[in-house]
Design a protein around this ligand. Structure first.
Ligand code: AMP
Length: 420
């Protein structure tokens, strides 16, 4: 028997019902907010991630799936969604358009992580990228959209943790302050952090190993290093969130793991989930330097990403989603070959009219078919028999009340639609 690779899952059964529902809510909401669906390749040139996510990030240093294709090109399975969307924006010169581009994606990502609960090697994220505007109203829209999607799935006790890294000047001042602060303590931190102080000291703040150390907790805070322009911008974002009635907590420890962020950074957590490591459902931030970094013009971008696997796990715990059953509207039953021929047309017609319909696929007898219909939780049964068919009639049985009626075969679709 061949087992699935470590860190991957099959989405099926009840999980897939919830999964489809989550996708439905996401696409409806994205549509209302006027976001365009984009699908970029699952694999990209490795260089894209090295230059965007950053050489010093854990993702690129340790977690990417890299391989050479038959043409000797260095390829990487995407570990996140932003780089591909920004690459496409630049490659298709969309920055010349007069309007802001608002994209959303929903797809699998790949990171070679140590598999554990809430951490997979193949997982699914949905997210947005808004390109071409630096107006703080966009930051507020992106953050509120993430919040509203999770809220409309019924997730309660959501909290947004928000922070600002400020513009270049603020970030540089902060970086210097961090290096000065960590230098005398560096031997007390993990080996990765000893590296990070040289490559990207901000990253020490979200180190998973040293997370509980008082050295990290007492480190300088970004907020205290924002210059006046960055501070004003951050205050505007918060003001707009207030107007949108979105609850948030300014949390100076949120710095996010990737190289490309500046200004607003945020995470959304579910306080209902006791597992503090896995209660982060999503996060994002502004990345005004990234488009230029990837050979585009000086432009602006902001986005978020949320993990669908974690959302589905959380929903499964909730009463609301515990007893979801797959059910069908109609089960069509037949025995003889002649009845079978009638069934083909009846079933197809019902399906094309949006009625969820199933029929016998295993040549079972009537008794066996009644059992299948019950297992599928069919609301109605249509029972075909030669005698009725010759008179142009079929029997419809309401599977809840067990009442039967004979209906004209030409009116069966309308009758079912009217009864549902
Ligand atoms: P990140 O891109 O690391 O900021 O992650 C954003 C969200 O994606 C997280 O909050 C998780 O919900 C989800 N996520 C990230 N990595 C994983 C993983 N290895 N397994 C499952 N979900 C993940």
């Amino acid at each position: 028997m061949i087992a699935k690779p470590k860190g991957t899952i099959d989405i099926k059964g009840n999980d897939s019902i919830i999964w489809e529902y989550v996708n439905h809510v996401i696409s409806n909401m994205m549509n209302s907010y006027n976001y365009e669906f984009i699908r970029t390749p699952i694999f990209e040139m490795s260089e894209l991630f090295h230059r965007s996510v950053g050489e010093s990030s854990d993702i690129v240093r340790k977690e990417t799936y890299d391989f050479k294709d038959k043409g000797d090109r260095l390829i990487t399975l995407r570990p996140e969604g932003t780089a591909g969307v920004v690459r496409s924006y630049i490659e298709n010169k969309e920055y010349v358009l007069p309007d802001v581009k608002k994209y959303y994606y929903n797809g699998t990502m790949y990171r070679y992580e140590r598999p554990q609960s809430g951490r997979l090697r193949e997982f699914t994220q949905f997210g947005v990228e808004v390109l071409g505007s630096n107006d703080p109203i966009v930051d507020a829209e992106v953050i509120s959209l993430q919040y509203r999607i999770l809220e409309s799935l019924g997730i309660e006790n959501l909290q947004i943790n928000i922070n600002s890294l400020g513009n270049n000047e603020s970030r540089n001042n902060y970086r210097e302050a961090l290096v000065n602060y960590f230098k005398p303590h560096i031997n007390e931190l993990c080996d990765d952090c000893k590296e990070r102080i040289k490559t990207n000291p901000l990253r020490i703040l979200d180190c998973k190993v040293d997370a509980d150390s008082s050295i990290l907790k007492n480190a300088p805070k970004t907020i205290d290093y924002l210059n006046s322009e960055s501070k004003k911008r951050f205050e505007e974002v918060l003001k707009y969130l207030d107007y949108l009635e979105i609850d948030y907590e300014v949390n100076p420890n949120i710095v996010r793991g990737l190289d490309y962020y500046d200004h607003t950074v945020f995470e959304i957590v579910s306080l209902d989930n006791d597992d503090s490591k896995n209660n982060v459902l999503g996060g994002g931030g502004r990345y005004n330097k990234l488009i230029k970094e990837l050979d585009g013009p000086d432009s602006y971008g902001i986005g978020f990403a949320c993990g669908i696997d974690r959302i589905v796990s959380l929903l499964k715990e909730m009463e609301l989603y515990k007893n979801i059953k797959r059910e069908i509207d109609v089960y069509v039953m037949y025995v003889s070959e002649e009845e079978k021929l009638y069934s083909l047309n009846i079933v197809q017609n019902l399906r094309l009219n949006g009625v969820v319909c199933e029929t016998d696929n295993l040549n079972k007898g009537l008794k066996g078919q009644f059992k299948v219909a019950d297992r599928l939780n069919a609301k109605y049964l249509i029972i075909l028999n030669n005698e009725d068919l010759q008179k142009g009639l079929v029997t419809v049985k309401d599977n809840a009340t067990k009442e039967e009626e004979k209906i004209d075969i030409d009116e069966i679709t309308e009758y079912i639609i009217g009864s549902l």
